[in-house]
Design a protein around this ligand. Structure first.
Ligand SMILES: *[C@@H]1O[C@H](CO)[C@@H](O)[C@H](O)[C@H]1NC(C)=O
Ligand SMILES: *[C@@H]1O[C@H](CO)[C@@H](O)[C@H](O)[C@H]1NC(C)=O
Ligand SMILES: *[C@@H]1O[C@H](CO)[C@@H](O)[C@H](O)[C@H]1NC(C)=O
Length: 325
């Protein structure tokens, strides 16, 4: 996700773009406000997503959660969610979720994502694994892709040997999901599935971070990629960020159903439509359904979880995961 100040910050950036070529002020290496500021002395300042919401039983939904390691070697953790009413031998769809935050901020444990996963697990009657992956700049891309893949294999292969997954996950009904940078991660996991032997039914992408345009409104988000993945030789032509650059990769997306949710006022919207067109032109043998929410901005459902459109989207995702739409 991006912070509520996203549009203000974008506007300020455009306003000051002629000044942007000046050397950065004292000690600042680069400034991606409102995400992050990095100083030449190595200090990293994060502006959002630093809070930790403990796992437990959610009072509003009865959903239970706990934190589990998906890699002991790397000390990597995910949060698992189980609906409160899951009967002992009840098999549920399994959702593997990747949070957003521009690859630099947020976590699976922040109040924003904890609340969203509780709501979604309850609404969809699904067991969910919310993946915490390592962030740039301390861990530049492609590390987040590798962590995401480890978590996916851990959750599906059963090698993780988690008691909730063992009892309740229906491995014939596995879904991926993600928002913003997490939507990007989910898509790039889907391109790896083909040939891996893993079986995934579908994926939903909420305002995924793809960039295929060079409009001024996207300047900050282009800079996010450059700094999150400083060694990327292809830069913004990399299919990781601009999937339509590689139709072969799109064709390999290893699942059959995609739900794409967009906000009308999100500067990423055109690139997300480009993604849908790219998929359809690639020869990929699946179906992508797109919904553009009128008047809404980037990840509006996370920023205003109580709003009517957020509730509408939650219902759509729940139906999608239960193959009811
Ligand atoms: C790094 O620089 C910033 C800005 O000048 C300063 O606030 C911070 O204390 C410095 N950190 C260290 C470890 O020197
Ligand atoms: C593992 O990560 C947790 C935070 O997620 C941290 O508190 C702990 O110290 C880490 N353990 C090791 C051995 O690095
Ligand atoms: C799974 O857990 C059981 C019981 O806790 C244990 O005996 C078994 O070795 C574990 N398997 C793996 C692959 O970790």
């Amino acid at each position: 996700m991006f912070p509520a100040a996203f549009f203000t910050a974008t506007a300020l950036f455009i306003f000051s773009s002629t000044a942007a070529r000046r050397p950065p002020p004292n000690g600042i290496l680069y400034d991606l406000s409102p995400f992050i500021r990095v100083y030449a002395n190595g200090t990293v300042q994060r502006f959002i997503g630093q809070e930790f919401a403990p796992p437990g039983v959610d009072a509003a939904t009865g959903v239970q959660s706990r934190d589990v390691k998906y890699s002991s070697t790397l000390n990597l953790t995910a949060r698992i969610y189980l609906p409160g009413n899951a009967a002992a031998n009840n098999k549920l769809p399994l959702l593997i979720y990747y949070h957003g935050g521009g690859f630099f901020t947020e976590s699976a444990f922040s109040p924003t994502y904890h609340r969203f996963l509780n709501s979604l697990s309850s609404a969809a009657g699904a067991i969910a694994v919310s993946v915490n992956y390592r962030l740039a700049p301390e861990h530049p891309l492609p590390i987040a892709y590798e962590d995401s893949w480890l978590a996916l294999k851990w959750a599906i292969s059963g090698a993780g040997n988690d008691s909730w997954l063992k009892k309740h996950a229906d491995f014939q009904r596995v879904y991926l999901g993600g928002d913003s940078a997490g939507g990007n991660l989910a898509h790039n996991m889907a391109t790896r599935i083909g040939g891996s032997g893993l079986k995934i039914e579908g994926m939903f992408l909420n305002c995924p971070y793809f960039i295929s345009r060079s409009t001024p409104e996207l300047q900050l988000l282009r800079d996010v990629w450059i700094h999150a993945y400083p060694k990327d030789r292809r830069g913004l032509n990399d299919p990781l960020v601009n999937p339509a650059m590689d139709p072969g990769g799109l064709k390999r997306v290893g699942l059959k159903h995609i739900a794409l949710y967009m906000g009308e006022k999100d500067p990423l919207k055109e690139s997300e439509w480009d993604y849908k067109k790219g998929l359809e032109r690639s020869g990929w043998k699946g179906k992508v359904e797109a919904v553009e929410f009128k008047g809404e901005g980037h990840v509006f459902n996370l920023l205003q979880p109580g709003a009517p459109d957020a509730a509408a989207m939650l219902k759509m995702i729940a139906a999608f995961i239960n193959n009811e739409q």
